[in-house]
Design a protein around this ligand. Sequence first.
Ligand code: TYM
Length: 346
Amino acid sequence: KKRIVSGVQPTGSIHLGNYLGAIRNWILLQNTYDTFFFIVDLHAITLPYDAQQLSKATRDTAALYLACGVDTSKASVFVQSHVRAHAELMWLLSSVTPVGWLNRMIQFKEKSRKAGDENVGVGLLTYPVLMASDILLYQSDFVPVGEDQKQHLELTRELAERVNHLFGGRKWKKLGGRGGSVFKVPEPLIPPVGARVMSLTDGLSKMSKSAPSDQSRINLLDPKDVIANKIKRCKTDSFPGMEFDNPERPECNNLLSIYQLISGKTKEDFAYRMKMTDRDMNWGTFKSLLADALIDHLQPIQVRYEEIISDSAYLDGILAEGAMKAAGIADATLNNVYQAMGFLQR
Ligand code: TYM
């Protein structure tokens, strides 16, 4: 079976972008692939954070994975910091990662500009090396993520190739290894629709956990009335009617995409409805359709979330089991890397 890994940071609350760009696709993939979904707590400390909140956010995120449909009879779910190999491989990889590669990362540039120099830890710069470790440890074939992670995936691929070139093949064989490549070179899986869900208050910036206004995103755990209110107040435009793919209408494109994904209706279904029943569908009509679809879709997730989060023994069991399975695979890769890099075997 081909293998898939992916993860979400336990910072702030999980929103519709995380769900449509990543988590929802995991649910489909778990049926066909060998899947590992982790909560990347080590990544969550790369910007100033509240230590009192981290473990709660980690559990909440795990519970949401399950509530969204991650099925632990098929997928392994675990906490990144529970598998020590992630941090360990990161050190080995960071010594072969050119600083120039990291300086070029768009997310680093954006986040460090926002945080200001004095608040930028070294970890924010080396963050993609940890992400590469998360992926390469499992010899992953595919990584389902949103569009914003594409550049990090490219770096992961380059890093895998670099290590294979520097330490793999005959050189590794001479050291007693199996030879061949040390790492499999993974591919991103970016969905055709939903890979970049935009803010509700600005159709030109992406929906994000760190945007100051909560009005800009729908969190998976938002209550009914909050969802209705956010949709009612979200940014629109003054064009008549609703339409797909007009580049001058980013808000309209974004909300129609969300509606499409959440309601399971295709573009054609929707176009039909607009023509047949409401030729001049206005924003008001569309917004109430959208709000209802969101509430209907999220409500069962919220109910399951409440059940799971209230049974901490169950959740801890899942995470322990997931970490054990993951560690078996991760440790085997890590040992190979130590060997290929010439370390004295323990
Ligand atoms: P994070 O926690 O920022 O986001 C989690 C996932 O959600 C996707 N995403 C979006 N998709 C569509 N529209 C949006 N507005 C939107 N915002 C976020 C992200 O692309 C991501 O797939 N570095 C990663 C976490 C990570 C990881 C990994 C992922 C660490 N190690 C290994 C895959 C494999 C991050 O910060 O994602």
